[in-house]
Design a protein around this ligand. Structure first.
Ligand SMILES: [Zn+2]
Ligand SMILES: [Zn+2]
Length: 350
């Protein structure tokens, strides 16, 4: 089968590999019907994910149809349409029982798919702990509607959940990339007083203005004054930092009011400075880290109910056999790209 494979730093390649097989009774084999490219795939490509294993098939955002299940899989059967969770988790360890599935202590726990084990930019994928990692897609929800449930939408949902947003709040979201936009959609469900999105790219600012006209948009240069205008207590009540830029962590805590929650979802290329003397007395609450992707069933229910729609984020579509072109567009942010859906390979006629 066709797979997009991490060869080594700065090198991905379309390779033919054998079909995956069941290795554990808890495994399932899923035929991938739609996958996507994530910024984390680019981090692997650029060699900044040391735990990524050369030779693995990349891709950790996908939906598909269950082909086969191991004998210990109880909640799914062949033929089920499913979303695949970016995180593998056992469901039974100390962290899983508390919903902290990102820190599952299973050897495959955490972000394994498309990083330490073969992922979904392929025709088929083996999913360990399938009862936990797969969620059935309701019949009325399309593959495109469900595509981001297991990764960036799970991240946005988790980020807004742990940020404890109330209807009185002014919420500042820093970054309007794909994950920032998913965070925005999930923040809207909490109906805060104001949502302010801070973004540098004129193209992405236009995207937010066109699709979410009720949202206040600002730039890093004007962020502090915009936040001051729309907040009653000297800063945002909740700040969610999704950008991961050079100055965005500083912007996040500076724009927060005293006692605010500052949730840091962003993945930085460099260490960040936490200048405690400067923020002394502000009494901020920082929440950090990688998604606990354990809300996928609820997210699917919200999509089915028409309360979350991420389909406008899919700006481009490419078949698997042309995935190299798709990476070029995504990596260079060409042509107004937000997200790319990778469809099954086209048969190439001689
Ligand atoms: Zn991702
Ligand atoms: Zn676990």
């Amino acid at each position: 089968m066709l797979t997009y494979t991490y060869i080594g730093a700065h090198q991905f390649q379309l390779l033919d590999k054998p079909l995956p097989t069941l290795r554990d009774p808890k495994d399932a084999i899923v035929r991938v019907t739609l996958s996507s490219i994530c910024t984390s795939d680019l981090h692997i490509k650029h060699g900044s994910v040391p735990r990524a294993v050369p030779g693995i098939t990349v891709g950790h955002e996908m939906v598909g149809v269950v082909e086969r299940t191991g004998s210990a899989v109880t909640t799914l059967k062949p033929g089920d349409r499913v979303t695949v969770n970016v995180e593998t988790f056992c469901g039974g360890c100390f962290f899983c029982r508390r919903g902290y599935v990102n820190n599952c202590t299973d050897p495959d726990g955490g972000w394994a798919l498309g990083c330490r084990i073969d992922g979904g930019q392929a025709e088929y994928v083996r999913v360990p702990h399938a009862d936990q990692g797969l969620n059935r897609i309701p019949d009325s929800v399309s593959d495109e509607q469900a595509l981001f449930v297991g990764d960036i939408l799970a991240t946005g949902f988790w980020a807004t959940r742990i940020s404890e947003i109330t209807p009185e709040d002014t919420v500042l979201i820093i970054g309007a990339g794909p994950t920032g936009l998913c965070t925005l959609l999930c923040a809207q469900l909490k109906t805060p007083e104001h949502i302010i999105v801070c973004e540098r790219s004129p193209e992405r600012i236009r995207f937010v203005q066109a699709h979410y006209p009720e949202v206040i948009v600002t730039t890093p240069e004007h962020c502090a004054e915009t936040v001051a205008r729309y907040s009653a207590h000297g800063g945002a009540d909740v700040v969610i930092e999704v950008a991961g830029g050079k100055e965005t962590f500083r912007l996040a805590w500076e724009c927060a009011r005293p006692n605010a929650i500052v949730t840091v979802v962003a993945l930085y290329d460099e260490p960040q400075i936490l200048p405690l003397p400067d923020m002394y007395g502000k009494n901020l609450i920082f929440k950090t880290g990688g998604v606990d992707g354990c809300d996928c069933e609820e997210i699917l229910r919200l999509i089915q109910a028409g309360q979350i729609d991420t389909t406008p984020l899919i700006t481009h579509r490419y078949p698997l056999n042309r995935i190299e072109e798709a990476y070029r567009v995504f990596e260079n942010k060409q042509d107004g790209v937000i997200k790319i859906a990778i469809t099954p390979a086209e048969s190439v006629r001689p």
